[in-house]
Design a protein around this ligand. Structure first.
Ligand code: FA5
Length: 347
C-alpha cells in the first residue's frame, strides 16, 4: 500500500506540473482530491477492509499525502492566477495600494439652501410650511387680493399669461407673479388661527439685470389671529433678519403700497457690497429691498369669510435670491442660473 501511495504522489506531482490552465487544474483536483472518487479518498475508504495493524500506518500516510497534494494545488493555483494577471494589459491590473476614487458628492443649489433656511427660521417660530400651484388663475393671483381687472396695481406684476380664455373670453390663467395667491387658498380651507409659510417659484415678464430675474423665488408668510398688530409683524421680521444675517445687520422698514395689505411696508437690509454708501448693486441707495409686507386688508379677510372685526392678519413676501445675494455677497442675481459649476461648488 505504501508503494501505491508513493506512486499516486509521483503521478500527482508530475500531472500537476504539466497542468497548463484552470481546466487542467480542475481535472487534476477531481482525479486526486475529488470527494467522490478521487485517488486519496479511495484509499481512505479502503482502510476498513485492511488488517488493523496496517490501518493506522496507511491512514496516516494517506492523510499526509492529502495534505501535501492540497498544498501543492494551492501553490499551483496561486501561480496560475499570477500568470493570468501577467498576461493582461497594464491598464486592467488592479493596484490595491492606490487610494480609492472619491465619489462626486451632490449638493443643494444655493437658492434651495437659502429657501430652506428661510422656511426653517419661520418654522421654528411656529409657522407651518406649505406649497401651492405655479400655474394660477386670475382670481387667486389678482382678484381675491384686491386687484380687479383694469386696476393699475396689475402693472406692478408684469404677467406671463397662459394661452387660455374662460367662457367670457377673458385671459384667466397665468404663471403666478408672487406667492401671495396662496394666502387666499390657505384661508379658504382653514379657520383662524393661521400661521403658514409658502415657498416656491414665481414668474414676471420683465427684463433682467443685476437684481432682477424673470423667474425667481419667494417665501410668503401669513398669520391671522385675534389682536395681531403691526408690532407683531415688525417683531417677527426683525427676528427673521437676526437669525439669517446676525444682530449687526441694519434693517429698514418703509411705507409701501400693495392692494392686499393696509398698511403696507417694504423691508430692506443695508447693502452688503458698499455697507450703505451706495453702489451699482443697491442702485446708489445703500439698501437692498428683500421683501414686501403689511397687515392683511380687511376686505381680503372678508372675501374668504373671516370676520375682519374679530381677526387681523400679517403677511410678507420675501425674495429668496435677494436674501442669498446678501448672505453670500453675490453681486449679480444672474450668477445663480448660469449653471457655472465653479460658482455653484462654492456653496
Ligand atoms: C410682492 O410680490 C408681494 N406679493 C409681497 C407681499 C406679500 C406684500 C405679502 C405684502 C404682503 P414685490 O413685487 O415687492 O411684492 O416682491 C417681493 C420681493 O420679491 C421683493 O422685495 C424682492 O426681494 C423680490 N423680487 C421682486 N421682483 C424680483 C425680481 N424680478 N427678481 C428677483 N427678486 C425679485
Amino acid at each position: 500500500m505504501q508503494t501505491n501511495l508513493e506512486k499516486i504522489r509521483a503521478e500527482a506531482e508530475s500531472e500537476l506540473a504539466a497542468a497548463k490552465d484552470a481546466a487542467d487544474i480542475e481535472r487534476w483536483r477531481n482525479k486526486f482530491l475529488g470527494r467522490k472518487d478521487g485517488a486519496v479518498v479511495q484509499i481512505l475508504r479502503g482502510l476498513a477492509q485492511m488488517p488493523i495493524d496496517e490501518r493506522k500506518a496507511v491512514g496516516e500516510a494517506a492523510n499526509s499525502l492529502k495534505v501535501a497534494l492540497e498544498a501543492a494545488l494551492a501553490t499551483k493555483e496561486d501561480a496560475a492566477k499570477r500568470e493570468a494577471l501577467a498576461g493582461q494589459p497594464e491598464s486592467s491590473k488592479v493596484d490595491v495600494t492606490l487610494p480609492g476614487v472619491q465619489p462626486a458628492i451632490g449638493r443643494y443649489h444655493p437658492i434651495t439652501q437659502t429657501m430652506r433656511e428661510i422656511v426653517g427660521a419661520f418654522s421654528s417660530m411656529g409657522f407651518q410650511a406649505v406649497e401651492g400651484p405655479e400655474v394660477e388663475i386670475d382670481y387667486y393671483n389678482f382678484e381675491a387680493l384686491n386687484i380687479p381687472k383694469g386696476h393699475p396695481a396689475r402693472d406692478m406684476f408684469d404677467t406671463f399669461w397662459v394661452d387660455y380664455k374662460n367662457d367670457k373670453g377673458e385671459r384667466a390663467m397665468l404663471l403666478r407673479t408672487h406667492t401671495s395667491p396662496m394666502q387666499i387658498r390657505v384661508m379658504e380651507k382653514q379657520k383662524p388661527p393661521v400661521r403658514v409659510v409658502v415657498s416656491g417659484k414665481v414668474f414676471r415678464y420683465e427684463a433682467t439685470d443685476a437684481t432682477h430675474e424673470s423667474i425667481f423665488h419667494q417665501v410668503e408668510g401669513l398669520a391671522v389671529d385675534d389682536n395681531l398688530s403691526l408690532a407683531d409683524l415688525k417683531g417677527t421680521l426683525y427676528e427673521f433678519a437676526r437669525r439669517l444675517f446676525g444682530a449687526d445687520r441694519k434693517v429698514r422698514f418703509r411705507c409701501d403700497y400693495f392692494p392686499f395689505v393696509e398698511p403696507g411696508v417694504d423691508m430692506a437690509i443695508d447693502c452688503f457690497n458698499c455697507g450703505g454708501q451706495g453702489c451699482r448693486i443697491c442702485k446708489e441707495t445703500g439698501w437692498l429691498e428683500i421683501m414686501g409686507a403689511g397687515m392683511v386688508h380687511p376686505s381680503v379677510l372678508e372675501r374668504v369669510g373671516y370676520d375682519s372685526k374679530q381677526y387681523t392678519g400679517l403677511a410678507f413676501g420675501i425674495g429668496v435670491e435677494r436674501v442669498a445675494m446678501l448672505k453670500y455677497g453675490i453681486d449679480d442675481i444672474r450668477h445663480f442660473y448660469a449653471n457655472d459649476m465653479r460658482f455653484l461648488r462654492q456653496f
